[in-house]
Design a protein around this ligand. Structure first.
Ligand SMILES: [Zn+2]
Length: 305
C-alpha cells in the first residue's frame, strides 16, 4: 500500500547556493498526492509537483519549476531520503527557493523521517517496471535503465583528483540498503570548483561542514571521509533522489558512468517517451518486499553519522 508520514517533521538549515536560512516542514498527505513542494513564503503558496517533466536541467542540482516560473532547488537529497525510506506521499512546505543542505548528505532527513515513522494509506502502490534497456550519453558520461526485479544502482566515477580517483559500486536498494549504505555520504567538490562557483554567486552557503572538499590527493574537510568511497556513494544517493522524480518506485537497474543530475533527468525523458520501455504495475506483497523503503528501522539509523 501507499504510505505517508505519521506526523509532520521540520528541518532548519541553509541553502547551499543562496546561503539563506530556510525551513522545510514535511506534512502527511493523502494517497496519490505524490511528493509536492509548497513555497509558503510566496503569495497563494504555489505548489510544485516533484516530477521529471518539471525539472530544470542543471549540472549542479535538481531544480523544480511550475508554469509560473516558481522554483525549488536542490531537492535531490530530500528526494533520496523519501525514496530510501519508502515515503510515497508528502507535502513539503518550504519558506525559500532552496532545500537546506544540512550536512551535505541525506542523513538528517532520514533521521527525522524514521523517527516520526510511516503510516499506510488505503490505496494500492504502483511501481514502474523497466521492460527494456534505455540509455543516454553525453561525451564520456552515460546513464542507462534496464530490466531488473528490484532497483539496483551501479555507479562509476573517474575524477582527476587523487583524493577521489576511480570509484565503482553496485547496490541493490531493497530493504533499507539506502539508509545503511548511502544516506550519510556527503556532497563533494574540488576546491578550485568552489572558487569558480563563488565567483558566479553560487555555493554561498558552502562550508567545510556541508561538503567534502578535495584538492588533488588531499581531503581538506576536517575529520576526513565517512567512507573511503564516499564520493561514489553520494553519486548513488543523488541518482536515487533524481530517479524518484519518475513519480513512483522503479523496478530496474540504473547504470551511471560519470553521470549526474542532468543526464539522469534526460534518461527519464527517454524512458517515458518510449511507450514500450516501461509499464506501471500494482505492487503485490512480492514486489513490495523488494522496494527501497521496506525494512528500514531505527536500528539502521544507529549506523548513520
Ligand atoms: Zn548531491
Amino acid at each position: 500500500m501507499q504510505t505517508t508520514l505519521k506526523s509532520k517533521v521540520a528541518f532548519d538549515g541553509t541553502g547551499l547556493h543562496t546561503g539563506a536560512p530556510v525551513t522545510v516542514v514535511l506534512h502527511p498527505a493523502s494517497a496519490n498526492t505524490g511528493i509536492v513542494f509548497r513555497r509558503v513564503d510566496l503569495a497563494d503558496k504555489p505548489e510544485l509537483l516533484a516530477k521529471w517533466d518539471r525539472v530544470i536541467v542543471s549540472p549542479l542540482n535538481t531544480r523544480l519549476t511550475n508554469e509560473d516560473g516558481v522554483t525549488v532547488s536542490t531537492i535531490e537529497h530530500l528526494m533520496a531520503a523519501l525514496s530510501g525510506c519508502g515515503v510515497h506521499n508528502v507535502i513539503v512546505d518550504i519558506d525559500g527557493p532552496e532545500v537546506p543542505i544540512l550536512d551535505g548528505s541525506a542523513a538528517t532527513f532520514v533521521r527525522g523521517i524514521v523517527n516520526v515513522g510511516l503510516t499506510r494509506l488505503s490505496a494500492q502502490l504502483r511501481a514502474i517496471e523497466i521492460l527494456k534497456d534505455v540509455s543516454v550519453s553525453d561525451g564520456p558520461a552515460f546513464a542507462q535503465l534496464s530490466p531488473s526485479t528490484s532497483l539496483q544502482i551501479d555507479f562509476a566515477i573517474d575524477f582527476a583528483d587523487a583524493a577521489i580517483g576511480k570509484q565503482h559500486k553496485t547496490l541493490n536498494m531493497a530493504n533499507g540498503t539506502f539508509v545503511r549504505e548511502l544516506c550519510d555520504s556527503r556532497t563533494f567538490c574540488r576546491s578550485a570548483d568552489v572558487d569558480a562557483m563563488r565567483a558566479n554567486g553560487l555555493a554561498l552557503g558552502g562550508t567545510m561542514e556541508n561538503a567534502v572538499v578535495v584538492d588533488g590527493a588531499t581531503v581538506l574537510t576536517p575529520g576526513g571521509l565517512r567512507h573511503a568511497d564516499e564520493a561514489v556513494r553520494h553519486k548513488m544517493l543523488d541518482a536515487l533522489g533524481d530517479l524518484y522524480t519518475a513519480g513512483a518506485p522503479i523496478l530496474g537497474r540504473y547504470t551511471g558512468t560519470r553521470s549526474g543530475h542532468a543526464l539522469t533527468n534526460r534518461l527519464l525523458h527517454a524512458l517515458f517517451s518510449d511507450s514500450s520501455a516501461c509499464r506501471w504495475v500494482n505492487c503485490d506483497a512480492k514486489i513490495a518486499a523488494r522496494l527501497p523503503g521496506v525494512g528500514v528501522s531505527v536500528a539502521d539509523l544507529h549506523a548513520v553519522a
